[in-house]
Ligand binder design. Structure first.
Ligand code: AMP
Ligand code: ZN
Length: 112
């Protein structure tokens, strides 16, 4: 998608602090971190939100990469949270599907 910031990050047109990637998925540091570790995991191809993702293999791959991110960032043992804000009530602001991987501190429940 031409004017999508996360499409541009996934293809390298816009710089980001990459954590890791594979053929289909790209993980990078959030610009405005909400925890000591805050990484976004996106599909390289444009998918607007969870509602649009019919590809269960890609969904699995996103979670697999979230798992690898947690290991690489050293929070796999201490614990972390994976979040996909979806739509208006979900608090989604960038309409290219992304998983937030948050950790390095105690997460609160319920979320705000
Ligand atoms: P959400 O509210 O779930 O849609 O989350 C969007 C996230 O994208 C926020 O945490 C922003 O800080 C983050 N974000 C927006 N633009 C960029 C960017 N260019 N590089 C890294 N993170 C970004
Ligand atoms: Zn996009």
């Amino acid at each position: 998608m031409n004017d999508c910031v996360f499409c541009k990050i996934g293809s390298g047109q816009i710089p980001s602090r990459m954590v890791l990637q594979d053929e289909e998925v790209f993980a990078f540091e959030d610009l405005n971190p909400q925890a000591p570790v805050h990484v976004l995991v996106i599909p390289k191809r444009h998918v607007a939100a969870m509602n649009e993702l019919q590809d269960s293999a890609l969904l699995g791959r996103l979670f697999h990469v979230a798992n690898l991110v947690a290991q690489k960032k050293g929070i796999a043992a201490s614990g972390y949270r994976v979040v996909a804000n979806t739509g208006k009530d979900g608090g989604q602001t960038v309409f290219h599907l992304h998983l937030h991987v948050l950790g390095g501190r105690q997460m609160n429940w319920p979320p705000g």
